[in-house]
Design a protein around this ligand. Structure first.
Ligand SMILES: Cc1ncc(COP(=O)(O)O)c(C=O)c1O
Length: 382
């Protein structure tokens, strides 16, 4: 019989053998082509300055700054937080919003309590692990449909017609960087009276008016049951929120365990987020720039024969380099040439579909992009 330590060691050994062992990498000074700080907010001097001013001029929170001192239902709720939730709801054209400690918590909190026993969840096969884990906690039955395949989704919707159905998708998929066909999926949800739930983690701040997201960009806000926004990506902060109806907000406050049983996000984060939303309304030039760079990168990379690129117009651009060892070697060599890119290994993605995940940012220059493409050409094809 194995002791616990032996079985842990064995699992790690297996990872080493198939080159999927993960380890933490310390920050570096390489050119950033891997963070999700798409608009540079996390390092923005303008944002830092406005946060400091906000602390000086509008400080409330009963004197707390670093900690909220309780869950939202205990002592961790503040007028400032509720005002911010209204601001977030307005920004994303929703009736209401509720802040969670992370996007992960928001997805777990939603799926674990909203779909009930007897309900059906239909999710894209590439949905983020945080949504899956919430679904695992739910008593509803769950089924996947093939990635972005609206016909496959419709087959499933037909099969479960008459049931209470939730359809879960991401507007931009985190590991492939492609868009969900949201208009078609929303149309199907209307036809079969299903509830559409959209994770905008990699779209919040980047699409639609003032970065309101793809749901607002496409005018689907009234047809969407819930939208998950995350703040650790384009907003350069931390946390997540669910936007939807007032009824949904009240339900989550009463039943969502990741909301109820966790210390509320600290005031310092709430202040920062408020300032980040203000900055977002002045950042259309950055949104424009990142879209310019996405097109530029796609134009340059398509000139290189022999590299498969997952099609998509998001800041996440993925180059398929099959095999954990091969993709890790390529990423290491590109990093040695000065550009910070990371490999995504199996089992995070299916074996044979391992990839370099290049994240573009408004602060990258066209020259940096050119250098990266040359390095990819040299190090991937050699
Ligand atoms: C699609 C998607 N949803 C949710 C999350 C979780 O968000 P957070 O990092 O705020 O926990 C992520 C994080 O990578 C993500 O990619």
């Amino acid at each position: 019989m194995f002791s616990t330590f032996e079985s842990l060691r064995k699992a790690l050994e297996k990872r080493k053998q198939n080159s999927s062992f993960r380890s933490l990498v310390i920050e570096n000074k390489l050119i950033d082509f891997c963070s999700t700080d798409y608009l540079g907010f996390a390092k923005s001097d303008e944002l830092k300055k406005s946060i400091l001013e906000e602390i000086k001029n509008n400080f409330s929170f009963s004197g707390n700054l670093s900690g909220s001192s309780g869950s939202r239902l205990m002592r961790g709720n503040y007028l400032y937080t509720e005002n911010l939730e209204n601001k977030i709801a307005n920004h994303h054209k929703a009736e209401a919003s509720l802040i969670f400690n992370s996007g992960y918590d928001a997805n777990v909190g939603f799926f674990s309590c909203v779909p009930q026993r007897g309900d059906i969840i239909l999710h894209d096969e590439l949905i983020h692990v945080s949504s899956r884990e919430g679904m695992r906690l739910s008593f509803a039955l769950k089924f996947s449909f093939r990635h972005n395949d609206v016909n496959h989704l419709e087959e499933k919707l037909k099969k479960f017609k008459g049931k209470n159905i939730f359809v879960s998708v991401e507007s931009v998929y985190s590991m492939d960087g492609d868009f969900s066909p949201l208009e078609a999926i929303s149309g199907l949800c209307e036809k079969y009276q299903a509830h559409l739930v959209v994770d905008e983690a990699h779209a919040t701040g980047l699409y639609g008016p003032n970065g309101a997201g793809r749901i607002v960009e496409l005018g689907l806000e009234k047809k969407t049951f819930a939208v998950i926004h995350t703040f650790g990506k384009a907003l350069g902060c931390h946390g997540g929120a669910i936007a939807g109806s007032r009824l949904l907000r009240e339900f989550l406050i009463n039943f969502s365990h990741s909301f109820i049983y966790s210390t509320a996000i600290p005031p310092i984060n709430i202040l920062a987020l408020n300032c980040a939303y203000d900055l977002l309304t002045k950042s259309n030039d950055k949104i424009y720039k990142i879209n310019y760079l996405i097109n530029l990168f796609k134009d340059k990379i398509k000139m290189i024969n022999g590299i498969e690129i997952i099609p998509g117009f998001s800041p996440i651009q993925c180059l398929i380099i099959p095999g954990n060892e091969r993709v890790k070697n390529a990423a290491n060599k590109i990093r040695e040439s000065g550009y910070d890119v990371r490999a995504v290994l199996s089992p995070t993605v299916p074996g044979g579909r391992e990839r370099l995940r290049v994240c573009l940012h408004s602060f990258n220059s066209p020259e940096e992009l050119e250098g990266l493409v040359l390095s990819i050409k040299k190090n991937v094809l050699s």
